[in-house]
Design a protein around this ligand. Sequence first.
Ligand code: URA
Length: 267
Amino acid sequence: MSLESDTFDADLAALAWLLELGADEAIGEAPVNRFEAVETPPPPRPAAAARRADPAASEAPPLPGAAERPDTAALVASCPDLASLRATLEAFEECGLKKGAKSTVFADGNPAARVMIVGEAPGRDEDRLGLPFVGRSGQLLDRMLAAIGLSRQAKEPERAAYITNVLPWRPPQNRDPSGDEIAMLLPFLHRHIALAKPQVLILMGNAAAKTLLETTTGITRLRGTWTECRGIPAMPMFHPAALLRDPEKKRAAWADLLHVQERLLRP
Ligand code: URA
């Protein structure tokens, strides 16, 4: 092997490693003057350590996000429509995920659609474009919807689809969202569904199904059986990303899509 190809392979491996670490952008949005001295603030004290140092702190309320917070519930209840819910979410500064994300990914498609799809969280492409399901999973999702006559571009509610996620901000390095992050943002999702008033919900993957069905049962057991979420018929399905990883699951996904189509065709 020549020295040149050794270097090429090493560079490639280094790049792959950087990607693995989440360094998926060659440059940032704003220039940084690295010659300027930077004052590093002390790291925040973990809550447990703070409580040990100050016993009175144990009386303090749990950290934001430890549970669905009543003030967030009141905040979203004051949103009369989807536009105001979107604006309220865009102005919501309590969730750390927002700081690492480029976009607030609210929804795509036709809000008048009979079918609302809930995925997990934006990935890199979704974060870049500000729309849910626009990467590889999204392209597969569009093909799956087209197979039962639905499209996010359709104007007529009968043929349309409306798409959102459990989380509106991309978790760093696409890690799984934490229970606290989901709990903090859940009132937004509940209000989103209440305002969109779909006739059918499709819960794509574990995060959507477990969150909205309030269960620890996994998607492999849940999928394919109609259930209900806040009074709305809901079909849990494998996430398109799972179908890309394991094409054998496509047969089950097709069966689930046919259940949805059959339900939509009912008089
Ligand atoms: N996966 C999701 O769950 N949602 C997206 O928007 C993209 C990928």
